[in-house]
Design a protein around this ligand. Structure first.
Ligand code: ATP
Length: 199
């Protein structure tokens, strides 16, 4: 799986439709200060379902909508589409290419599309779950976050490395299985009591 393209329209400094195509491997985005490099990574976070305006370096979610410049007026809707190559079927969806779109209007109304079909945030999260791309997987490390990682305590850094290495996913699954086992044991004990009463 790899990021094939990103299309922004009305998102932060990208008033006009801007289409970026990526090849497999490393891509470096360069540009002068304030030219919108971080807005590109904000767009990736946002389309993947980010719900915190702060994580997107804003005060309110509406701040992602192009608010106008000296040359042009504000727009009413922000839209980002991210296309992932899924020919290796990393994502549990029967398409070799997966396009995720998020749209937000100034009224606060928001919508998601998966390959053009209206979807819920939950559907997007379900698809990304286990792919290493979802929220809290540290696939996007912002400038401020890098500083906080470097100054964090060893156990916090370990938790982060475990999350990035996909170990915590297995820990969470183990805990879930343990809870199921415990409840099975309780049911079994209850069944044994009942069967003794009947016998
Ligand atoms: P640096 O190299 O300094 O980190 P950068 O290239 O990462 O800069 P960004 O932080 O991505 O730059 O972009 C900042 C620019 O985006 C600012 O000029 C800011 O005014 C503009 N911007 C952010 N949000 C909006 C918005 N909603 N509408 C219009 N412009 C916006």
């Amino acid at each position: 799986m790899y990021l094939k393209s990103l299309t922004l329209k009305g998102f932060k400094s990208f008033a006009d439709r801007t289409h970026m195509v990526f090849d497999p491997g490393l891509t470096v985005v360069v540009g002068p200060n304030g030219s919108g490099k971080s807005n590109v990574s904000d767009a990736i976070l946002w389309v993947l379902g980010e719900q915190s305006a702060k994580q997107l370096r804003g005060q309110a979610m509406e701040d992602v909508i192009f608010s106008g410049s000296s040359a042009r007026s504000a727009v009413g809707v922000a839209e980002v589409t991210l296309v992932l190559d899924n020919s290796d079927h990393t994502l549990p969806i029967d398409f070799t290419e997966v396009g995720i779109t998020r749209r937000m209007y100034r009224s606060g109304e928001s919508e998601y599309l998966i390959n053009g079909a209206p979807s819920r945030l939950m559907d997007v999260q379900d698809i990304l779950h286990d792919s290493g791309l979802g929220k809290d997987t540290h696939s996007i490390i912002s400038q401020g976050k890098l500083d906080s990682i470097l100054s964090s305590r060893p156990e916090e850094r370990r938790a982060l490395i475990e999350e990035a290495a996909d170990i915590s996913k297995h820990r969470r699954r183990k805990e879930r299985s343990q809870r199921k086992l415990n409840s099975m044991d309780e049911n079994l004990a209850r069944a044994k009591v009942l069967s003794r009463e009947i016998a």
